[in-house]
Design a protein around this ligand. Structure first.
Ligand SMILES: [Zn+2]
Ligand SMILES: [Zn+2]
Length: 216
């Protein structure tokens, strides 16, 4: 089994993060992760800059995946939650409803994972930071199950949706501080050598979400 933390923010592109990319890589190697995915808010790392990170990770055999976390909204619903996008070559700029986002990503051969779908919001008129029950109306590829913002109740809702929709669940730390890295992970049953394997295995559901794998 190969563990990936597939939802991470660095201070380079996410203002809310305190993580330096070099220390992120160092920490991931130290923990024995097979790979990590960067999912900055609304930004995909430019390829050249990402290649610099790869040069830091490669000697350790750590796989890096370049993704992004996109906030969807529509005139009908307002905020429609956040989504992890992989396999799209550029930052997804502009305004998308969740449905439009999924359609567009699939059109480009990528996958969409509902980020923390049942993470509660701290008030306001929106119940969740994630998509909530809207996940039932979308053709998603996976649902984030193990996430620091998901309590047992939220996880039960995700498990139910996974069953109803026939979707796999992912685990990720959504780390904004380096000590959080690897607190939740996704285990892949098969060897992952890069983005192609990563996307295919998630799509086929040959993954398993884990909580606190290094500190059970
Ligand atoms: Zn988020
Ligand atoms: Zn995030």
């Amino acid at each position: 089994m190969q563990a990936f933390d597939l939802h991470l923010h660095t201070k380079i592109f996410s203002d809310c993060s305190f993580i330096e990319p070099a220390e992120l890589i160092q920490r991931a190697v130290q923990l024995g992760l097979r790979g990590i995915a960067l999912t900055e808010h609304g930004v995909r790392w430019p390829d050249e800059k990402f290649d610099e990170l790869r040069r830091l990770a490669d000697p350790h055999g750590l796989i890096l995946i370049n993704g992004q976390e996109i906030l969807a909204s529509s005139p009908r619903n307002g905020m429609e939650g956040e989504f992890l996008v992989f396999g799209v070559r550029k930052s997804m700029v502009g305004s998308f409803s969740a449905g439009e986002l999924v359609e567009r990503v699939h059109g480009e051969g990528g996958i969409v994972i509902a980020a923390h779908p049942y993470k509660l919001s701290r008030g306001g008129k929106h119940h969740y930071y994630g998509a909530g029950n809207l996940i039932y109306e979308l053709s998603l590829d996976a649902l984030e199950l193990c996430h620091p913002g998901h309590n047992e109740r939220a996880m039960a809702k995700v498990r139910k949706a996974m069953e109803d929709l026939g979707l796999p669940g992912t685990g990720s730390s959504d780390a904004h501080k380096v000590f959080e890295v690897g607190s939740f992970v996704t285990l892949f049953a098969n060897e992952i050598r890069g983005e192609e394997d990563f996307i295919r295995e998630i799509r086929r559901g040959r993954i398993e979400a884990r909580k606190n794998p290094f500190n059970p």
